[in-house]
Design a binder for this molecule. Structure first.
Ligand SMILES: Nc1ncnc2c1ncn2[C@@H]1O[C@H](COP(=O)(O)OP(=O)(O)O)[C@@H](O)[C@H]1O
Ligand SMILES: O=P(O)(O)O[C@H]1O[C@H](CO)[C@@H](O[C@H]2O[C@H](CO)[C@@H](O)[C@H](O)[C@H]2O)[C@H](O)[C@H]1O
Length: 508
């Protein structure tokens, strides 16, 4: 579809790609004015957004509430599982296509919604909803529910990304920079995005949702949204602009404006790497076939060093001084305490594990200063894609989604990323059998190859930062224990094997 005018709700007769800047008193065409009634805190105090939501006050939220209460907790990306939902607040609602389907048979609604749960601050989620009077059978898996009131009366509500027509429309909107209500669409200059690329929803269970367009681009829509630039746009964009080929270059993105302070990144369209295989799958295959994987591990170490060097050049860094090193050690110890309270199996190791954090705190007594810079933040084998043409490419620079955005955007020691990848080799070695007699040796060989590749490219062998590496590795293994206990209890023995190893006295 190359004609962008098909995005245009005929009510207004204006092309949303040409809209003027959004004005609270004169809402943009294609959105309906109304009082927001928003009280949530996901985007701060809410005052900035109050006049800018559309469709609020129209009964939209009341119509959606019973549907979302039932549907949301079943989504892989919903972080509030296990707690009741006490209600929703509308942060913004934008009708990208009229809901009654008078253009092309389907409506398209973009929502930012604060989800309220007792005892925790609200989280803001991005939903992209389709509406049709009747859902065609191929879209059955996308069903959210049948609405009975407000502007949705008599309509079926479903996940728009499943609908090729609506997914195509999103790409169309990204192709032309401009604003639609509080949504700002931007494109990297000098890159042309062709029209008519066939969309397909990525079937992989993820923290976010992605659509692949014609094996050329992949659009990732963030589900949990916070004010500020998402590092998964910020870092790949900075890297691509340095000419780095170790990332999938962003070509367009969408943000929400005026919600509270900084624009919030909602989605990124990046180059797709057709035929890529991720490092986790490659490593598992190598373990199963008893193949040597050290060449791959070494080149991955080199690629990681290249990314770190490019990030250090492209974005401001910092130095971790005494006080910050102490705070880092304290934060790690606090995370250990919290994890031990939640997972009793960790309890008996806790005292000895604390030694690693104690040693880190002791570093702060000497004159040591640690260089810090922007890093990947959640590096593991699944975040590295391999292609025969490009070698290793790192993806998903979001950082650990559970941590606040402000923390994820802070410069950190690059050793954190290295520790993450070293843990991943241990995971791969123990995936089939956590107690396999040759697992420790396999892991050690590949960890060494990764560090050697990193050292070759950077001139610094991460193994020389012994105390820091051990502290970060322990912190990551503790995180993994909690992660597995919550999400995949049958995987718990994998990080527990590391906990056992790391609780033994450190070789001096
Ligand atoms: N640029 C890309 N090219 C090819 N596949 C990709 C690309 N980016 C992501 N993917 C695929 O999508 C999956 C999920 O991507 P990721 O960025 O990790 O999303 P999430 O944050 O939702 O976990 C990856 O594991 C990979 O299989
Ligand atoms: O990929 P995400 O950003 O969602 O990261 C989370 O999930 C990962 C699992 O998918 C988890 O990684 C752990 O398991 C991996 C194997 O599945 C292994 O390679 C990693 O080393 C291990 O940490 C990650 O911790 C979590 O944040």
């Amino acid at each position: 579809m190359s004609d962008t005018s098909r995005l245009r709700p005929p009510v207004t007769g204006q092309d949303p790609c040409q809209e003027p800047a959004y004005d609270a008193d004169h809402p943009a065409p294609g959105t309906r004015p109304g009082a927001a009634g928003r009280t949530g805190t996901g985007f701060g105090d809410g005052t900035a957004v109050r006049a800018r939501t559309s469709l609020a006050g129209s009964g939209l939220l009341q119509a959606l509430t019973p549907l979302l209460r039932e549907w949301l907790p079943r989504q892989r990306w919903f972080a509030g599982k296990g707690r009741p939902i006490s209600g929703f607040d509308l942060v913004s609602a934008v009708e990208l296509l009229p809901l009654d389907g008078r253009v092309g048979g389907a409506g398209l609604l973009h929502l930012l919604l604060d989800v309220n749960q007792p005892g925790v601050p609200p989280d803001c989620y991005q939903l992209v909803l389709g509406t049709r009077p009747l859902l065609p059978p191929p879209l059955a898996p996308a069903l959210i529910g049948h609405a009975t009131g407000g502007p949705l009366a008599g309509l079926t509500v479903y996940e728009a990304l499943y609908d090729p027509r609506l997914a195509t429309l999103l790409l169309e909107r990204l192709r032309t920079p401009g604003r639609t209500g509080p949504l700002r669409f931007s494109a990297e200059s000098g890159i042309s995005i062709p029209a008519g690329l066939a969309p397909r929803l990525s079937g992989i269970e993820q923290s976010n949702s992605s659509v692949v367009y014609g094996d050329t681009f992949i659009l990732k829509l963030f589900r949990r949204v916070s004010p500020g630039a998402n590092p998964d746009l910020e870092l790949p964009l900075a890297l691509a602009r340095t000419g780095s080929t170790r990332v999938a270059a962003p070509v367009a993105w969408v943000e929400a404006l005026g919600l509270h302070g900084e624009p919030a990144t909602l989605g990124v369209l990046q180059r797709y790497l057709p035929g890529s295989v991720d490092g986790w799958q490659l490593a598992l295959a190598a373990v199963a076939a008893h193949d040597d994987f050290t060449g791959h591990a070494r080149s991955l170490g080199g690629a990681t060093a290249e990314v770190h060097a490019a990030l250090a050049r492209a974005l401001p860094g910092a130095t971790l001084r005494r006080q910050q090193i102490r705070l880092l050690a304290t934060a790690m110890a606090d995370r250990l305490d919290a994890a031990a309270a939640a997972v009793p199996a960790l309890g008996r190791y806790a005292e000895r594990l604390r030694g690693a954090f104690h040693d880190l705190a002791e570093l702060s007594r000497s004159a040591v200063e640690l260089p810090a810079q922007r890093i990947h933040g959640d590096l593991h084998l699944g975040q590295a894609l391999h292609t025969s043409a490009q070698g290793w490419v790192l993806i998903d620079f979001e950082g650990e989604p559970a941590r606040p955005l402000s923390e994820r955007r802070r410069p950190q020691s690059p050793v954190q990323d290295i520790a993450g990848m070293l843990r991943s080799f241990d995971y791969a070695a123990r995936h089939h059998d956590p107690a396999a007699p040759d697992a420790a040796a396999w892991a050690e060989r590949h960890r060494a190859a990764f560090c050697a590749g990193y050292a070759e490219r950077s001139g610094h062998d991460p193994r020389d930062a012994r105390v820091l590496l051990r502290a970060y590795e322990t912190d990551k293994a503790v995180y993994e224990v909690l992660y597995e206990a919550r999400h995949r209890p049958e995987w718990l023995p994998i990080p527990m094997a590391a906990i056992q190893r790391l609780s033994e006295p450190a070789p001096r």
